[in-house]
Ligand binder design. Structure first.
Ligand SMILES: O=C(O)CCC(=O)C(=O)O
Ligand SMILES: [Fe+2]
Length: 412
């Protein structure tokens, strides 16, 4: 008997759990991502439980063995009170908790959009913890009350712009730019980045190329991820006051950047909506921002946009019946989703426009604007540009194509 209980307690003690979340260090809006690693000395069936305020909000079966198994889960922070949420993750084997890890999560959902999202999640009975990938079916995209002002009727758009002008919230030029954005799905802002800043940005890019950051090889279309984390000049652009101001007028909320992508040469990306990759709820609460670091030359693989295409139906993974993309295996996605986008463009007879801005010009596109990188007819011509994707404060941000929650930059 004694040896049995000794054996049992040794077995029970032999499971490991490590947990972490960005919300441990910064107050976080929207989805809260929690990463974990679990293992056990001997193969066993376990349950990972997530407890918040003494309520079990998730039970996930895991088959453990010696090799650490990594996973993640996401919480709807909108359904938690602002402040610190005391979460506990534990591994349960044979009815007993064999490893327990506390997590103090800082929750911050503020402003009218966050309140509207919380109401929507409560109405539809969304769970606190997602038991699987992030997906559009979790959210009430059909709720007319959550439609962004720029996705409404022409009369409603004009009424909104008139309000902005009358209250002095936006200047005449800003109202004009917003009108173009609502109508065409993008706006172009010349001379946002001054020559001195452009010089520093190009120097940062030269350095990144020389150092082969992100494995970059000269001449390739490949993009370099998140250079704002390495170079102040890129971070300054990423948080540029003029861009942030314009995005705030678009969203009616402050903007939060999500990532930066730097291109030395044209991307040659096929036409696409960002919606399926950088997905906001409610719809419309994400924008792409494209900054030219040099005067864009013909045949360099220019960005192309399809004016007016933002009003096409949004394509989500649930509509195409594909499983979430894992391990960067995009082939099936491309075979299924790209033809669907082509059909949508052709069905409307939408034309493409080649974008050839001067250095320092910024283009802001609507979440659902169809855009592409044209083929690089002259491979020697660079096309230095930086793209940021921004979500509205208060929105839920996720990557529908991969099912992961987005992690946004939160002001400390
Ligand atoms: O710059 C390009 O060619 C395309 C970039 C793009 O589609 C994106 O970053 O969303
Ligand atoms: Fe894109």
């Amino acid at each position: 008997m004694r040896s049995l209980s000794a054996l049992l307690s040794r077995r029970l003690a032999s499971a490991w759990l490590e947990v972490s979340s960005p919300a441990q260090t910064v107050p976080t809006q929207g989805l809260i991502r929690i990463d974990y690693q679990a293992s056990a000395r001997r193969p066993c069936e376990a349950t990972l439980e997530v407890v918040i305020d003494r309520q079990v909000v998730l039970r996930r079966p895991l088959r453990l063995d010696r090799a650490p198994q990594a996973g993640w889960l996401a919480l709807h922070g909108h359904l938690l009170a602002n402040g610190v949420a005391d979460a506990v993750l534990r591994l349960v084997v044979g009815g007993r908790a064999v490893a327990t890890r506390p997590l103090a999560l800082q929750v911050r959902n503020e402003g009218p959009l966050a309140a509207a999202v919380t109401d929507s999640l409560r109405r539809t009975g969304a769970p606190v913890a997602l038991d699987g990938p992030c997906d559009s079916r979790l959210y009430d995209y059909a709720d007319a009350g959550l439609v962004a002002w720029f996705d409404r009727s022409p009369a409603e758009i004009e009424a909104h712009l008139a309000d902005l002008a009358a209250s002095g919230e936006a200047s005449f030029e800003e109202v004009e730019a917003l009108r173009v954005f609502a109508d065409q799905g993008y706006m172009v802002l010349p001379d946002v980045v001054d020559p001195e800043h452009l010089a520093r940005l190009n120097a940062a890019l030269d350095d990144a190329v020389a150092q082969k950051v992100d494995g970059y090889e000269w001449g390739r279309s490949q993009r370099i991820h998140n250079l704002h984390q390495r170079y102040d000049a890129v971070k300054e652009l990423w948080l540029h006051p003029k861009v942030m101001r314009m995005l705030e007028l678009v969203f009616g909320e402050a903007a939060k950047p999500c990532q930066s992508l730097t291109y030395v040469f044209g991307s040659e990306q096929e036409h696409h909506q960002d919606t399926i990759h950088l997905t906001p709820f409610p719809a419309g609460r994400m924008c792409g921002v494209w900054t030219a670091l040099e005067d864009v030359q013909p045949e360099s693989g220019e960005l192309m946009v399809f004016p007016g295409s933002q009003s096409l139906p949004r394509v989500y993974m649930a509509d195409v019946g594909l499983p979430k993309v894992e391990n960067e295996e995009w082939a099936e996605f491309g075979r299924t989703v790209t033809p669907r986008w082509t059909e949508l463009i052709n069905g409307r007879g939408l034309a493409r426009e080649v974008y050839r801005p001067r250095a320092g010009t910024v283009l802001i596109w609507h979440e659902n604007l169809m855009h592409a990188g044209s083929p690089r007819a002259d491979l020697s011509r660079s096309r230095r540009s930086i793209v940021g994707h921004y979500f509205a404060n208060g929105a839920i941000a996720y990557y529908d194509s991969s099912g992961q929650p987005a992690v946004l930059y939160e002001e400390p």
